[in-house]
Design a protein around this ligand. Sequence first.
Ligand SMILES: [Zn+2]
Length: 95
Amino acid sequence: MKLQKCNVCMHQFGWKKTYKSVFFKGWEMQCSKCETHYVLDLRSKWIFYFTPSLVIIALNNLFSFDFYITLFGTFFSLILISFLFPYVMKFSPDI
Ligand SMILES: [Zn+2]
């Protein structure tokens, strides 16, 4: 798993920067070196919506015996999975 590099200047985006862009900055990112503007590509947007839904469905079936364990398990799984998002998400240059 690798973090994405800028298509223009090959500068590698940091994990923190990518994470912030995915969750707090409206799926937009700017290369800190050459200032190319990036937006999240369509495939990544699908991953963003579908991964949590799948996790919730899977865990609800797995832990269906206890509501609080399910809630807790789902919550923590989502947080753990979100840490992997910067490796999976791809941004494309916004022209
Ligand atoms: Zn760049």
